[in-house]
Design a protein around this ligand. Structure first.
Ligand SMILES: [Zn+2]
Length: 281
């Protein structure tokens, strides 16, 4: 009995001395990855390391888990560098198996995968071409008796490739107004059909709504008060999912009768800089 107690006390003392010097009595595995956040399709760049390796021990295999789901092979090395195809806070850890059969689990790393910034969307050639086409349609439709706004949703597709593929939805139109007959009428557009889709595979991607776009028509009335350019009061109402807005309008700061209708449009953004939540209904 007494001998047993002495051994127990000695073991506790040894453990305390070990820890005081920063040693650990067993292996540990660490997952090193991006600090904080990524944007969709940026790479995870994760690396696994093990501490206190005894001679002869080595990493036999690594299994990565995202949101509790195992990533299928061949991702079983000490680094994992796939693009982040799904938005949201991803909880990632790795399970390491050593050559001696010991299994180690790393701490969980939270990686916030964000939607793209509206400023980056505005530099995409496909999107710019779509906005310019919509602007042409808007000008073609406009007369001194009727104007309309035109627009579409902008989507980011992360389901294949190694970078975001941007696309835009069907061109939609707003209400037709005759602002020369009714100075109080205001053009507006209510875009419909923002619906995201996402793969159920752990490494699969999706198609996400990342911005809205609409045009503002020219001011063609010989009377009236003209208008200011840029996002209207209605445009500035926040979207529930925090989706950024882009408006094409004429150079400002205001439009009056006789303004240059052939002037190049100016893009202005409003709302969030990036979508906050996906649009799953
Ligand atoms: Zn507007």
């Amino acid at each position: 009995m007494l001998v047993g107690k002495v051994i127990k006390v000695a073991c506790v003392l040894m453990f305390m001395v070990y820890n005081a010097f920063g040693y650990s009595s067993s292996h540990g595995a660490t997952l090193i990855g991006p600090a904080g956040s990524l944007t969709l399709m940026e790479r995870y760049n994760l690396n696994v390391s093990i501490d206190n390796v005894s001679s002869g021990d080595s990493i036999s295999s690594v299994e990565y888990f995202i949101d509790g789901r195992a990533i299928p092979s061949p991702h079983n090395g000490t680094s994992f560098n796939e693009p982040a195809r799904k938005p949201g806070v991803r909880q990632i850890f790795a399970r390491v198996t050593l050559s001696n059969g010991i299994a180690l689990t790393t701490d969980t790393l939270a990686v916030n995968v964000q939607f793209p910034r509206v400023d980056d969307i505005l530099t995409d050639s496909t999107i710019v071409a779509g906005m310019n086409d919509a602007w042409s349609v808007s000008l073609t439709f406009s007369s001194s008796s009727s104007v309309r706004e035109f627009g579409f949703w902008i989507f980011a597709d992360t389901r294949s490739g190694s970078s975001i593929s941007y696309e835009y939805g069907e061109l939609q139109n707003g209400i037709t107004i005759d602002e020369c007959a009714d100075f109080n009428s205001v053009a507006s557009i209510n875009l419909t059909g923002a619906q995201d889709m996402q793969s159920s595979l752990v490494l699969g991607g999706g198609r996400y709504t990342v911005a809205s776009f609409h045009t503002h028509p020219p001011y063609l009335c010989s009377e009236g008060i003209g208008r200011l350019v840029g996002p209207s009061r209605g445009d500035l109402t926040p979207h529930p999912q925090g989706i950024p807005g882009i408006v094409y309008d004429f150079p400002g700061p205001r439009l009056d009768f006789g303004h240059e209708v052939s002037a190049n449009p100016v893009a202005t953004t409003w709302g969030n800089r990036r979508t906050v939540f996906p649009v799953f209904q």
